[in-house]
Design a protein around this ligand. Sequence first.
Ligand code: AMP
Length: 275
Amino acid sequence: MKIAKTRSELRDAIAQQNIPINFIPTMGALHTGHLSLVKQAAQHKGINVVSIFVNPRQFNNTEDFNKYPLQIEQDIELLSTSPCDVLFIPDYNTVYAGAEIPPYDLGHLDAIMEGSQRPGHFKGVAEVIARLFDLVQPDRAFFGEKDFQQLAVIKHLVQQWNLPIEIIGCPIVRNEKGLAMSSRNARLSKDGIELASSIHSTLEQVKNSNWTASQTTSLTTAKNDLIAKGFDVEYITICDAQHLSPYPSFANNQQRVFVAAHLEGVRLIDNLALN
Ligand code: AMP
């Protein structure tokens, strides 16, 4: 595995190889969820480039940014036994200095769920993705369904910017109790980790309820259950999987339930296909 920190080191690491570039952008503190994206990439022809960059522009909360876990040595060790060919670890200036971000419009994607709860978050995501795609020049890029709305935002941007990049969504990796793997889980206590897995069981409960007859009843029950367990619930809602249109304007008949909740001061998100 080669490690590149600057644009020219990155070009040197991948330039000679006239084959497709598979790209997996991350913010580090890597876990099996991230590694599943690298494995998924390795099933496609080409070289696999992973980036680690904690993008300050996508944090709407300075405390969240300051507390974001950093463990670069451990990440390098993990990646060196994965099918990662090039690890790109740029600093802020390498990503942003002197670069222009093309105009874009996220439409309603920026007005719901993560968009409305974290003002400026998707602006930061759009900016970093524009820059990383420009630096890495990938043919394919891999994103987790854990951040389903982010995946939708990126598909939307690639279409809007007319970029020749295939965006591939990868399934959520969970621990044995159902908790979606997340770098932020490291900030939970042992009991917190245990309790946090009830987010997934609550989503399963919505799926198994008669939500098609009454979404409000299913979602209110789910929300109250989470509150009773000690969660501070930001939202729990159902949208269609294609455009993330909320009820009643589902754009297709594949729906997902989405949740954001706080536990022990840690913000957790998850989602589940309902059909
Ligand atoms: P992050 O480092 O949190 O920015 O995540 C980098 C990429 O890994 C994003 O595309 C995430 O959606 C994806 N990812 C994070 N956690 C998981 C997970 N538990 N399962 C699948 N993908 C994940």
